[in-house]
Ligand binder design. Structure first.
Ligand SMILES: Cc1ncc(COP(=O)(O)O)c(C=O)c1O
Length: 396
């Protein structure tokens, strides 16, 4: 006898519910901005990746509406079958300029970029060295490629050097690649790119940086690779268009040859319909806006410093964060969940993040200040943090 679907679902959903692991998803009434409304109640939103507030930007909305009028609502088919819209072409040229690379290719999501790019280049004869805290989409992209996956301790350059040497000198692999997030999403720390590039150059290893949380945030907006001035040394720059850019989608930026290869070889490009016209035009507008001015980027960092300093002054532990991603580390899983619940009850929307997303005993709530928050909103949030922190003995 094989298990019926209904039995499988009942058993597993009950398990998740019984163990506090079942995530009920809230419905946001209206736009996802610095304040949100859920079930009629207003919250200060510190949970979105809408770093620059562009998800509700007037210029992006106007561009999207214009594109609907000129190009309709759908791209029609995959680009290899039905051609590339002029809007996609404009977007990819703009992205290459933004990242300082020869070319770029857009995908339907950041997740898809990692599915696409890793498996288009790496195969079973190769090895991928991967930081242990890399995002799930990198892990899945690596698995899809069938390459040997070698975990590297988080941002541990001695471990990287040792494993790079072993992989190359073993003579077992045709190609070797190192993959890292640019900015790590749970702690807000930044990859040590200058050392990474040096080690990878020494051993002839490709460098792949997924800068989902660095794009629009680091390097005056152009990302972590630009922040370190390493555009010529990093082979793959991945970015998402759903976070700082405020829309949806992802891209790979690199050499013309790499992008040409991805256009003939990467499966999400070959077999999935491309971004819709409204999204495409809104994204191009956002990227041009970031290239023209650092105003939103500066506002983001100002707010991030303000919130982090406020939390530190109150006595909270914000870990190793070097970016606007601001974890408040509580430790114990149950206490973290209670802390987040109480913050929510008091009108601050921050979710708990616990094992297995982060290591056991490092439960946290993760704050994402944006350029769209006002100082008044951040003060209100800090007052709630102080109240709830004292109530639950997280601070004295
Ligand atoms: C490092 C990293 N890569 C990729 C993604 C996926 O991006 P998207 O939401 O655009 O699919 C994320 C999203 O959280 C991420 O943090």
């Amino acid at each position: 006898m094989v298990q019926r679907l209904q039995d499988f679902l009942e058993e597993n959903i009950s398990y998740l519910k019984d163990n506090g692991l079942y995530n009920e998803i809230d419905i946001i009434e209206g736009a996802n901005g610095p304040k949100i409304t859920i079930a009629g109640k207003e919250y200060i939103n510190l949970s979105s990746n809408n770093y620059l507030g562009l998800a509700t930007d007037a210029d992006l909305k106007a561009a999207a509406k214009e594109a609907v009028d000129s190009h309709g609502v759908g791209a029609g088919a995959v680009r290899t079958i039905n051609g590339t819209l002029d809007l996609h072409d404009e977007l990819e040229k703009t992205l290459a300029e933004f990242k300082g690379t020869e070319a770029a290719i857009a995908y339907q999501s950041g997740f898809n970029c990692n599915m696409a790019a890793i498996s288009a280049v790496m195969n079973k004869n190769d090895a991928i060295l991967s930081d242990e805290l890399n995002h799930a989409s990198i892990i899945d992209g690596c698995r899809l490629s069938k390459a040997k996956i070698i975990r590297v301790n988080h941002s541990d350059m001695d471990d990287l050097r040792k494993k790079a040497k072993e992989a190359v000198e073993s003579g077992q692999y045709n190609k070797v690649m190192y993959i890292t997030d640019g900015v790590f999403s749970m702690d807000g720390d930044v990859a040590k790119l200058p050392e990474i590039v040096e080690i990878c150059e020494e051993y002839g290893i490709m460098v792949y940086v997924d800068d989902a949380h660095g794009s629009g945030v680091m390097g005056k907006g152009a990302g972590t690779v630009k922040h370190f001035g390493l555009q010529d040394k990093v082979d793959f720059q991945i970015g998402t268009l759903s976070k700082a850019i405020g829309v949806v989608g992802g891209y790979v930026a690199g050499s013309q040859q790499l992008i040409d290869w991805l256009k003939v070889q990467s499966r999400p490009f070959l077999f999935s319909t491309s971004l819709a016209p409204a999204d495409t035009k809104a994204i191009t507008t956002a990227v041009k806006k970031l290239m023209a001015s650092t105003e939103l980027h500066d506002k983001l960092w100002d707010n991030a410093h303000y919130l982090k300093e406020g939390l530190n002054k109150l006595g909270f532990n914000t870990g190793e964060s070097e970016t606007p991603i601001t974890p408040v580390i509580i430790g114990d899983e149950k206490k973290t969940q209670t802390f987040s619940k109480r913050l929510m009850e008091e009108g601050v929307y921050v979710k708990s993040i616990v094992f297995p997303t982060v290591p056991r005993g490092t439960g946290r709530v993760r704050n994402m200040p944006t350029a769209a928050h006002t100082k008044e909103m951040l003060d209100e949030a800090l007052a709630v943090y102080e109240r709830v922190g004292k109530e639950l003995d997280v601070i004295s």
